[in-house]
Structure formats: structure tokens, C-alpha cells
Design a protein around this ligand. Structure first.
Ligand SMILES: *[C@@H]1O[C@H](CO)[C@@H](O)[C@H](O)[C@H]1NC(C)=O
Ligand SMILES: *[C@@H]1O[C@H](CO)[C@@H](O)[C@H](O)[C@H]1NC(C)=O
Length: 372
């Protein structure tokens, strides 16, 4: 054999070897593929054909909504959104609709980092309990389905979980005590479900939490004082629940809290003076049983895009200091027992009568002039 021929032979061999190696490295493990196919089998998509691309042996290659870890070729993300700008939806002129349930087979994908099965409207069944055995899970997003049953009791095992979004479903039961072990959790969204029972007393143990959206459930009991220890909390929404007791004064001393929605609950007691001199700019306390005067503590630090105190039992007059707030975009003091002259000042200039109606005896612009 001439040395050129020999070299050629070697090159060809190396090439074939490399090709076959890449093929095995790149295709997903058959067990991951089988788990995905079992997941798919529990779902029925009558209109879009989103699973049409789920063919062939390599589930890491162009399977719609599936992506794999580059190194290990294990399935890392399932990302199926029923409302997105993907051409699949444009072509069909509709948003997603699926029936069925989320198969526990996904728990065999033990390298899974995110599971998004969102806005399919008719996926029912429960959150598979085994989901808590997926050690790399960072994102659970199941918003906008008809999922029922409880939040898995041992959800706290998911030490890497940053997003838990199960909003707009029919989830019931209590918030599991283990929830407060989720030390990476940044975004908790359980809005519009049937969740009942109290907010765990030690919720303040969630160091990374920045949004806690719990509105539209049947949550009862007090607002735990410990919430105010969550340093990064920017958005707290407990509206439309059965929360009772007073507003902890410490909520007004939080570093970055900017939205506080407590509307439509059974909250009682006075409004803590801290709330009006805080970083909170969106404050809705409407439809509770708050009593006493509106604290006369407004100042340049008071900046509100929304300040809604309507439908409470507030009495006394509108504090004069409110006129020295930097900004009050939307003010609603209607349906209380306020009395006296509405202060003059820039924050009041643009407000209409509807901000002040149904009180005991308020007067002055924009209501009728006061008679003295
Ligand atoms: C929605 O899901 C339920 C339960 O799986 C099923 O009985 C029903 O037919 C589905 N609705 C439609 C419109 O497909
Ligand atoms: C405040 O909450 C009430 C009751 O849920 C709601 O009707 C109102 O629209 C909210 N106010 C603003 C300004 O969003």
C-alpha cells in the first residue's frame, strides 16, 4: 500500500468513526424519548398538530418545544405555550387548546430543568406528585389550564426552583408547609385557584422571593409578620381572599416593596402610618374593614400611581399632608365615612368627584363647595 492510500484509508476510518460517534452522542437517550412519547400520549391537541414534529429517534432534534442539554443530550426543557407568536398559531388562526393530563412519565426526565405547559385551557388532572423528585427543576409553569388537586406536599425538595406558576387553574388544598424550604424561589404565582388555609407563618424564610401573587383564592388567617423579612419582595398580591386581622406595620418598612394589593379581604384595624411613607407606589386596600383616620404622614417620599382605600370604614378628614405627596395618579377614597374639606394641592388637581363620593360629609372641589 502506498503511503497516500494508507493515509486515505486512515482518514476515511477516522471520519466514519467520528460520524458514528457524533450520531450516538447527539441523539437523545431512548429512555428520554420514551418518556416524552408517554407524556405526549396523555395529551390531545385537536387543532394545531404541535406534536407532529415529534418523530424520529432523536428527540433533541427539532421536536417542537423540546430542548436538550448540549453536553449530555438529556432533555432539559419542555416548553409548550398555547398562546405564543409561533407561526403554528398564526397558520391555524387560533390559540392553543389541549385536553388530557400531564403524565407522571415526565418524572423519568430526571435532567429536566423547566416544564412549561401553559395556556392550553383544557388540560386537567393533577400536578404529578413525582415532579418533586426532579432535582434540577428550576421552572414549573402550568398557568392557564384546568389542573386540579393539591400542590405536591413535598414541593420544598426542589432546591433549585425559581419559578412556580400555577395561576388560573383549579388547584385546591393548603399551601404546603414545605413551600417555605424553596430557598431559590423568586416568583410564586398561584392566582385564581381554590387554595385555602393560611399563609405559612414562616414565609419570611424565602430569601429570593420577589413576586408573591396569591390573589383570587380562599386563603384565610392573618398576614404573617415574617413576610416583611423577605428583602427582595417587590410585589405582594393577596387580593380577593379571606385574609383577616391587621396589616403588619413592618410591610411599610420593606426595602423594595412597590406593589401591595390587599383588596377584597376581611382585613381590619387601622392603616399603619408606615405605608404612606414607603417605597410602595401601588397600594390597593379597597373592600376591607379598615378603621380609624387616614394617617396624616404624607410627604415627598409618598409617590402613588394607585392609592385605593375605597369601601372601608375610614373616618375623620382627608389629611392635609396628602397635598404634599410627590404624586398621586389614581386616588379612590369613596365609600368611607370621611368628612370635611378636600385639601387643595397639585395631587388633587386632576381628580374627579368619583374619587370622593359616598362619604359622610366631604366637601370642596371637585365636590360641592363647603358651607361654613
Ligand atoms: C375538556 O376536557 C374534558 C376532560 O378531559 C373533556 O371531557 C372535554 O370533552 C374537553 N372539552 C373539549 C371541548 O374538548
Ligand atoms: C382595587 O381593588 C378593587 C377590589 O378588588 C378593584 O375593584 C379596584 O379596581 C382596584 N383599584 C384599582 C385602582 O385597580
Amino acid at each position: 500500500m502506498s503511503s497516500i492510500k494508507f493515509l486515505q484509508a486512515i482518514t476515511v476510518t477516522v471520519l466514519i468513526l467520528t460520524l458514528s460517534l457524533t450520531a450516538t452522542v447527539q441523539s437523545c437517550p431512548p429512555s428520554d424519548r420514551a418518556a416524552l412519547l408517554a407524556f405526549r400520549a396523555a395529551l390531545h391537541d385537536p387543532y394545531l398538530g404541535i406534536f407532529n414534529s415529534w418523530t424520529g429517534t432523536d428527540c433533541c432534534h427539532k421536536w417542537y418545544g423540546v430542548s436538550c442539554d448540549r453536553g449530555s443530550r438529556r432533555v432539559a426543557d419542555i416548553n409548550l405555550r398555547g398562546e405564543s407568536e409561533d407561526p403554528i398559531f398564526e397558520k391555524a388562526h387560533r390559540t392553543g387548546f389541549m385536553t388530557g393530563y400531564i403524565s407522571p412519565a415526565i418524572c423519568k426526565l430526571n435532567r429536566l430543568s423547566s416544564i412549561t405547559v401553559a395556556d392550553w385551557k383544557n388540560i386537567s388532572g393533577e400536578i404529578p406528585r413525582c415532579i418533586t423528585s426532579l432535582p434540577f427543576l428550576r421552572i414549573i409553569d402550568l398557568i392557564g389550564n384546568r389542573i386540579s388537586g393539591p400542590i405536591p406536599y413535598n414541593i420544598g425538595k426542589l432546591q433549585r426552583l425559581t419559578v412556580l406558576n400555577i395561576a388560573d387553574n383549579s388547584i385546591s388544598g393548603y399551601l404546603p408547609p414545605s413551600l417555605t424550604n424553596l430557598r431559590s424561589l423568586m416568583h410564586l404565582d398561584i392566582r385564581n385557584n381554590q387554595i385555602s388555609g393560611p399563609i405559612p407563618n414562616d414565609i419570611g424564610r424565602l430569601p429570593m422571593l420577589s413576586r408573591a401573587l396569591l390573589s383570587g383564592n380562599k386563603i384565610s388567617g392573618p398576614i404573617p409578620e415574617s413576610i416583611s423579612r423577605i428583602y427582595r419582595l417587590a410585589d405582594l398580591d393577596l387580593s380577593r381572599n379571606q385574609v383577616s386581622g391587621p396589616i403588619p406595620e413592618s410591610l411599610g418598612k420593606m426595602a423594595v416593596l412597590s406593589t401591595l394589593n390587599l383588596d377584597m379581604n376581611h382585613i381590619s384595624g387601622p392603616i399603619p402610618i408606615t405605608l404612606f411613607n414607603s417605597g410602595i407606589s401601588d397600594l390597593n386596600l379597597s373592600r376591607n374593614s379598615l378603621e380609624g383616620n387616614i394617617p396624616d404622614v404624607f410627604g415627598v417620599r409618598s409617590y402613588f400611581t394607585v392609592l385605593d382605600l375605597s369601601y372601608n370604614r375610614l373616618k375623620g378628614s382627608i389629611p392635609k399632608s396628602m397635598a404634599s405627596a410627590s404624586y398621586i395618579g389614581h386616588l379612590d377614597l369613596s365609600y368611607n365615612h370621611l368628612c370635611g374639606k378636600i385639601p387643595d394641592g397639585v395631587p388633587f388637581d386632576h381628580l374627579e368627584a368619583s374619587s370622593f363620593v359616598y362619604n359622610d360629609c366631604l366637601c370642596g372641589k371637585p365636590l360641592k363647595a363647603c358651607v361654613n
